[in-house]
Design a protein around this ligand. Structure first.
Ligand SMILES: Cc1cc2nc3c(=O)[nH]c(=O)nc-3n(C[C@H](O)[C@H](O)[C@H](O)COP(=O)(O)O)c2cc1C
Length: 353
């Protein structure tokens, strides 16, 4: 195993073994107001929703994690079976290894299960030529979609990660046009990978016909930290230092949800580990919550472990709905919430500019 496949396997290892979480929990700055007299039974709360035309039992999805290396097949199998059983959405990790090296099996495996919303994945940096590598075009994007019968193709924005990678793709000029070209023909979701999306970027993307946004804001997995640990393992002091400098970079996840609200479906993600945080994501304006690292250890273990963890998150989400008197996801979106601390300062900033 070498090159990109090796790198993908190292991301999993580092994410499991090292502390790669952001130092600040921005979701803790969001408080939901308690309803002491909800006038609805807990088991009457309706958590179901429709996202991108697909019926989900709960506004939750597992966002892109992996594919293309030996451990990836079992991870994606366990995730897919659990998501199918719980009726929640699932994204696969970057399909670049399959498009470049032909290692498709670890992605295709999710087709064996009836996952209600499947999301493919390629990177924005791959939409333009980087060093000696050719750019991915429409036929590559179609291949990625067909590989898993995807309902949407996520294009990830990950320049924070690329700057901290010894082998990073740091050309960004032309990515916007690349996204525009794909959005004309295919259902495209734009996702960040831990640094969030601003209102300006969201508005520019809406204008070219993307279908939705997964904000992946700061506060959860820090890809700068992931790459920093890898750089340290490889003895690359320069990248280790850069990764450390930018370890906490990014727009706080709850703020990014509020800012990216430009009239498209939004997935709140970045640091979501429990159902209360997922509920907060909906309350600040998202249509669905997304999580990745919170289920990674379980995904390595078994379908049962993933299902147990996700079921608990769904139960907590239901409880948060009950305690805010929200009978359904739409009402949760209107639940009273308070923004405090650093997150409040960020949220205020935009009103001034
Ligand atoms: C091990 C690992 C691998 C990831 N690989 C990808 C990827 O290939 N493509 C992508 O768009 N996002 C990828 N992500 C980012 C996640 O989808 C998510 O946006 C980010 O981790 C923030 O969510 P979290 O705080 O719940 O982990 C990866 C995350 C982890 C932990």
């Amino acid at each position: 195993m070498k090159g990109i496949q090796q790198r993908k396997a190292e991301h999993i290892r580092v994410s499991l073994d090292e502390d790669v979480a952001s130092a600040y929990d921005y979701w803790n700055d969001v408080k939901l107001v308690h309803d002491a007299l909800p006038e609805i039974d807990l088991d009457e709360v309706d958590t179901s929703t429709v996202l991108f035309g697909k019926k989900l039992a709960c506004p939750l999805m597992v966002t892109a994690i992996t594919g293309g290396h030996p451990d990836a097949e079992i991870i994606n199998r366990n995730l897919a079976e659990a998501c199918a059983n719980l009726r929640i959405g699932l994204g696969v990790g970057s399909q670049r290894p399959a498009l470049e090296k032909g290692s498709r099996k670890s992605y295709e495996v999710i087709k064996e299960f009836d996952v209600p919303l499947k999301v493919g994945n390629i990177g924005a940096p791959q939409l333009i030529p980087q060093r000696k590598k050719r750019a991915f075009g429409i036929s590559d994007a179609r291949k990625a979609i067909d590989m898993i019968d995807a309902d949407l193709l996520a294009i990830h924005l990950n320049f924070l990660q690329e700057i901290a990678q010894p082998e990073g793709d740091t050309k960004a000029k032309g990515c916007y046009d690349g996204i525009r070209a794909l959005s004309r023909e295919l259902p495209i979701l734009i996702k960040e990978t831990g640094a969030g999306i601003s209102r300006q970027v969201a508005a520019r993307l809406k204008g070219i016909g993307i279908r939705g946004l997964d904000v992946a804001g700061a506060g959860g997995t820090s890809f700068s930290k992931v790459e920093g640990r890898r750089a340290a393992m490889l003895g690359d002091r320069r990248c280790e230092r850069i990764a450390d400098t930018f370890a906490e970079w990014g727009i706080p996840a709850p703020v990014s949800v509020m800012w990216a609200d430009v009239g498209l479906p939004i997935i709140a993600s970045g640091g979501i580990e429990n159902g209360l945080q997922a509920a907060k994501g909906i309350a600040v304006g998202a249509d669905c919550a997304g999580l990745a690292r919170a289920v990674l250890r379980e995904a390595m273990e078994s379908r049962e472990a993933v299902e147990k963890k996700l079921s608990l998150i769904v139960e907590e989400l239901r409880i948060a709905m009950f305690l805010t008197g929200s009978r359904n996801v739409r009402e949760l979106g209107n639940a009273q919430r308070i923004i405090t601390g650093t997150t409040r300062e960020w949220a205020m900033l935009e009103k001034e500019i």
